[in-house]
Design a protein around this ligand. Structure first.
Ligand code: BG6
Length: 467
């Protein structure tokens, strides 16, 4: 059966930058069949031809695979634009008619819109017979706060059923995020020492060079904790810390990830000052759509514990920030020193922009000496041309996974709820405690207080160049 891929929010940044370039790549790699259709829903007035011209520009700029005129025309001929106010229930009759004309198809509905529109769209679709067996793809945020997100989730599940809802966390589509489980569980070298007895601390760092750009309105109501930590970085934390699941591709993995989040030492058990540092880059308050007295954090550093046998009393450090000087994301595993004066072994899983693995270990200096030196091995995976060409981008993978019904590539509601729950209680405690919001200069990797958070425990943030 052919597929109809409907995108609500067809003139937004996500659609242009990520979804359509990903679909173009998928048409080249054969994942999108020639008879599949892409239906774009937007409020602006475009003819199919005018909309396809826009798409051409974005595909040209953002698609991973090379742009070729003939390939693009074939792809573009599969795209239709439908002007529709999706907040108006009456207009779903037009959509129903369109689906009727397209005939029998498997439907995927991608909601590339703000969460306040999720309900009205799901409700509108529920009256279209052809749409009833379709899949609903949602982008975060999944609500405004935990309470509203829970309510929204209940309503969506009542309409679509839990099994047909796919929540995107694009970090789950990143090559090196998927690779963590292989590196951890397929190398005895690491598998057997992946615990608090051998490891001194683990750090998950996601720095960005960009600021809030055009998303000030959304971001100012969200902040780094909600925008990055409670979803993407908690996903990573739970993969790094989970027990080996019976299967990596099913509900088992989610269950193990969830167990990690539920084992987080409750917020407030440690002093807030030893748990959280928040920062805001200078100039943030002058960004478009940001309140001039905004107290929103653009940077967060956390010190967390997973209270189970494997990780008892070993800190996990997480940091993320905008305008932090560089785009660099990695997981650093810092092993305990075996004896005084012996440098720690460090394993760094590099997620982006470089994808690779870095390992620092001790070695004897050459010659008649017992003196030690540190060997640094650096494997860059995306420097290998063949891998670069063959590695799909996150959205490509996730769209493909949704088409195939592979739910394990998506964020599960109970995980989202656990992460959200933790962050909301931490924020409430921080507010109660009068936690400061530290300014930092754009271009710096956060405020100095984030370094002090680790330094008081004899630790520091690692990056491959200074590990
Ligand atoms: C998004 C956040 O989910 O992830 C953005 O809303 C952030 O604020 C982005 O910039 C980071 O994604 P990536 O793939 O560039 O690391």
């Amino acid at each position: 059966m052919n597929r109809v891929f409907t995108i609500f929010g067809g003139t937004g940044d996500l659609t242009f930058r990520k979804l359509l370039p990903a679909l173009y790549n998928m048409s080249l790699s054969g994942q999108l069949a020639a008879e599949d259709r892409i239906l774009i829903i937007g409020r602006r007035d475009y003819s199919n031809a005018a909309y396809r011209v826009l798409v051409q520009d974005w595909v040209n700029r953002f698609a991973r695979l090379p742009y070729h005129e003939a390939d693009f025309s074939r792809f573009a001929s599969q795209i239709d634009y439908l002007r529709m106010d999706f907040t108006d229930p009456a207009q779903y009759a037009v959509l129903a008619e369109r689906y009727h004309v397209l005939g029998d198809a498997a439907h995927i509905f991608y909601l590339a819109v703000a969460p306040r529109f999720f309900r009205v769209i799901a409700e509108g679709l529920s009256h279209i017979p052809a749409a009833r067996a379709g899949k609903l793809v949602l982008e975060k945020p999944f609500g405004e706060d935990l309470a509203s997100a829970k309510a929204l989730n209940r309503e969506l599940e009542a309409i679509f059923g839990a099994e047909r809802i796919y929540r995107i966390d694009h970090y789950l589509g990143k090559e090196m995020v998927r690779n963590i489980q292989t590196i951890r569980f397929s190398n005895p070298l690491f598998t057997d020492s992946w615990n608090a007895r051998q490891i001194e601390f683990i750090q998950i760092s996601a720095l960005e060079d960009v600021g809030v750009e055009t998303r000030g309105g959304y971001y100012d109501a969200s902040g780094a904790l909600k925008d990055m930590v409670q979803n993407h970085l908690f996903q990573l934390l739970s993969i790094v810390a989970m027990e080996r699941p019976a299967h990596f591709s099913g509900a088992d993995m989610h269950a193990e990830q969830l167990r990690v989040l539920r084992s987080l030492r409750p917020a407030g058990r440690e002093p807030i000052a030893d748990t959280l540092v928040l920062g805001q880059y200078d100039g943030y308050r002058a960004e478009p759509q940001v309140a001039p007295d905004s107290q929103t954090e653009t940077y967060a550093a956390l010190r967390l514990f997973v209270d189970n046998d494997r990780w008892r009393n070993m800190p996990f450090y997480i940091r993320t920030g905008k305008k932090a000087g560089k785009r660099e994301m990695e997981v650093a595993v810092v092993f305990r020193s075996p004896a005084p004066g012996v440098p720690r072994n460090v394993l760094i899983i590099k997620i982006q922009p470089t994808e690779g693995v870095y390992l620092k270990f001790n070695i004897k200096k050459p010659g008649d000496t017992e003196e030690m030196a540190e060997a640094k091995m650096d494997f860059c995976q995306n420097c290998v041309l063949e891998y670069r060409i063959n590695t799909p981008e996150a959205y490509e993978r996730l769209l493909g996974a949704c088409m195939r019904g592979e739910r394990f590539w998506f964020a599960q509601w109970d995980q989202i709820e656990a992460g959200w729950d933790y962050i909301e209680s931490l924020k409430a405690l921080a507010a109660q405690d009068g936690a400061a919001l530290y300014p930092y200069e754009p271009g710096m990797p956060g405020p100095a207080q984030a370094d002090a958070l680790l330094a008081q425990f004899g630790h520091h943030w690692y990056a491959p160049e200074d590990a």
